[in-house]
Design a protein around this ligand. Sequence first.
Ligand code: FNR
Length: 185
Amino acid sequence: QALKIVTLLGSLRKGSYNAIVANALPKLAPPGMVIEALPSIRDIPLYDADLQQEEGFPATVEAIAEKIRQADGVIIVTPEYNYSVPGGLKNAIDWISRLPNQPLAGKPLAIQTSSMGPIGGARCQYHLRQIMVFLDAMVMNRPEFMGGVIQNKVDEQAGELTDQATLDFIRSQLAAFRDYIAQLR
Ligand code: FNR
């Protein structure tokens, strides 16, 4: 049976470089791994405990959580905002963290950051790792994918990741993620 991996995207904009990276993943997956995108975090309201109490969890949060529960692993694909995790992504994680049977607990997780800066969102990556300590996700250490100067590595017109070294690196990271999941079992 194929390994099911789901991707959580941290950017909302149409032309997102991180979306281009996330969209490239299915074709870069090793044999026996299927990668599919989770629903967009766009319409998740700001976390508010009163809202949670009065209306329960947003449908999108429930849908994302259910798909994470059914998946063998999660890849978070995100830009870095102000040296950290984009607010929208943090908000989605905050909602997820309040769910009973919290779906990221014990879940294999890989991180991919891409940004226009030279170090590709490294600082976001380490903040995200810190957040995942409390969520108790099993975050793969290496290889770390940090897509620096990502605007030079894509064909924006076609919406495709084109840089060969980047494609090769992601392919190797996905193969390592497959092995990491096997190791955890
Ligand atoms: C950025 N950007 C950015 N880049 C980076 O390398 N380090 C950073 O700390 C930040 N901070 C930051 C904050 C905010 C609010 C914005 C809007 C942008 C630039 C960022 O890399 C660029 O906008 C990417 O294009 C964002 O990724 P997507 O949306 O293309 O996936």
